[in-house]
Design a protein around this ligand. Structure first.
Ligand code: GBH
Length: 490
């Protein structure tokens, strides 16, 4: 019997996202997304690849569902490509073939006894909305609300679990900071240091608008739940120096608190610490107002409590050290300059997934984040909506490192629940299949099933972790890892 068990009813799941798996980028009336534009721009994706075909899940979704059924998961988290169902972003044009695709996927899942968990926005904004300013145009709150209503209305009779946004922190910094050009829409020279905060502000308001629509117009009848997925690195103070301790706390508030405080805290709004920090910084910069936008009282009320569960994406810990940046400091980026700290890896942390990988095996950080959420946000039900690690292309199927990483993190989750009393309701591994890893193209692969991207048929094959994960699901516990064969190096 395993020492690391889970409560009865614990949810096991796998996740993907539309732009990363679907392909069929210009088929059957789909509109362009900002990732179509971005990956077709030379120099943006490290291996020069695109998401044109990816895993071809638009055509092969039945194979994906078969893999899920084989694993025995209770849920599958996937996202809707906004531009596949509304090619111009608004309800003026509806692409029925796109709508049909998601109906087929949802029906196939339900027929296999798997509950769909739908992310409305996993970064693939319709290009036509980007052309109007994207997340920097306040009008997007209405566009997103309209899109969300369309989805609830069309799919909500069968799909019951909704996630409005995936990782708004990543979308804001990687997409909208003038000096972080690694995600779409990216590379906008005209972006000012206001942009990430404006993007985040509009994302939060869009989230609240969608949640309230669900609550008012659909919840009674459809009986589902709606939440949001936030990512957070655990922030470990680099030393016991009070400045570093304060920097770690500030880093936490400026990553997780930035989004979670408005939704999950008693008082609502952005964290006080972040408001004060940004007001002071903006003053020093000679500005008349803070770069952090202000909510009205009404907006604060609408955001407060606007989630039925807390979706957490966790990958690893960071060390944090206080740092006063100046314009001339080399290698600084706006995010760290604004925060007044540096973030880095402890060289002792185990690197997972090859030399290019940013993943370190720090499961204790997950347990800490879970406890942080429990303490700060009233032990709200928490669904781990992503956790996983990468391997390099052509690494083969014996992914012992992934089994170690996922196993260690599952153990931390089990302890957080059974020892610390954290209200964790489920665990989702990223990802079901190898897929398009954004700016990293196909160089870092996160699947528990491999996909052969050299073969036009995109065959899927289980990695060793898939059969091990299946056993964990069956046992509702962390089961022993298989022995590595002598020739194994992954
Ligand atoms: C998640 O976030 C995404 O939701 C998912 O789509 C993705 O495939 C998955 O994680 C795996 O990456 O500057 O050292 O952090 C990913 C957020 C942002 C993580 C960019 C990697 C670059 C390296 N990613 N980041 S680092």
């Amino acid at each position: 019997m395993s020492d690391f068990t889970f409560p009865k009813g614990f949810i096991w799941s796998c996740a993907t996202a539309s732009a990363q798996i679907e392909g069929a980028w210009n088929e059957d009336g789909k509109g362009l997304s900002i990732w179509d534009t971005y990956c077709h721009t030379p120099g943006k994706i490290v291996d020069g690849s695109t998401c044109d075909v990816a895993c071809d899940s638009y055509h092969l979704y039945e194979e994906d569902v078969a893999l899920l059924k084989g694993l025995g998961v209770q849920q599958y988290r996937f996202s809707i490509a906004w531009a596949r169902i509304l090619p111009t972003g608004t309800v003026d044009v509806v692409n029925q073939k796109g709508v049909d695709y998601y109906h087929k996927l949802i029906d196939a899942l339900i027929a296999s006894g798997i509950e769909p968990v739908i992310t409305l926005y996993h970064w693939d904004l319709p290009q036509s909305l980007q052309d109007l300013g994207g997340w920097l145009n306040r009008q997007i709150v209405d566009w997103f609300a309209e899109y969300a209503r369309f989805c609830f209305k069309n799919f909500g009779t069968t799909a019951k679990i909704w996630i409005t946004l995936n990782e708004p922190w990543v979308a804001s910094w990687y997409g909208y900071a003038g000096d972080a050009k690694s995600h779409a829409p990216g590379g906008f020279q005209q972006h000012t240091p206001w942009a990430p905060y404006l993007c985040a502000h509009h994302m939060l308001l869009s989230h609240a608008a969608a949640y309230r629509i669900y609550e008012r117009e659909f919840k009674n009848e459809q009986n589902g739940k709606c939440g949001i997925s936030l990512n957070c690195h655990w922030k470990e103070p680099a030393t016991s120096d009070p400045d570093d301790q304060a920097a770690a706390r500030r880093a936490f508030e400026m990553q997780l608190g930035w989004f979670a405080n408005a939704i999950f805290s008693k008082e609502g709004d952005y964290p006080l610490l972040m408001r004060e920090h940004m007001a002071e910084l903006s003053k020093q910069e000679g500005r008349a107002t803070s770069r952090l936008p202000k909510f009205t009282q009404q907006e604060i009320q609408s955001l407060k409590g606007s989630a039925d569960f807390f979706g957490l994406n966790y990958y690893m810990a960071h060390m944090v050290k206080s740092q006063k940046w100046s314009e001339s400091t080399p290698n600084s980026c706006q995010r760290l300059r604004d925060g007044g700290y540096v973030e880095f890896f402890d060289p002792h942390w185990e690197q997972i997934g090859g030399k290019q990988s940013w993943i370190r095996n720090t499961p204790w950080g997950l347990r800490n984040v879970l406890n942080f959420v429990k303490n700060e946000y009233n032990n709200v039900p928490l669904l781990i909506t992503e956790n996983g690690c990468c391997n390099e292309r052509y690494d083969g199927l014996e992914d012992h490192q992934r089994i170690k990483y996922v196993g260690d993190h599952l153990k931390a989750v089990s302890q957080a629940i059974n020892t610390d009393g954290c209200n964790v309701i489920g665990y989702t591994v990223w990802s079901l299949v190898d897929n398009f890893e954004w700016a990293e193209g196909y160089t870092l692969l996160f699947g528990i099933h491999s996909v052969d991207f050299d073969d036009p048929k995109r065959p899927r094959r289980p990695k060793l972790s898939a059969s091990w994960y299946k056993q964990c699901i069956e046992a509702n516990a962390v089961v022993e890892a298989p022995q590595a064969s002598p020739k194994t190096h992954v």
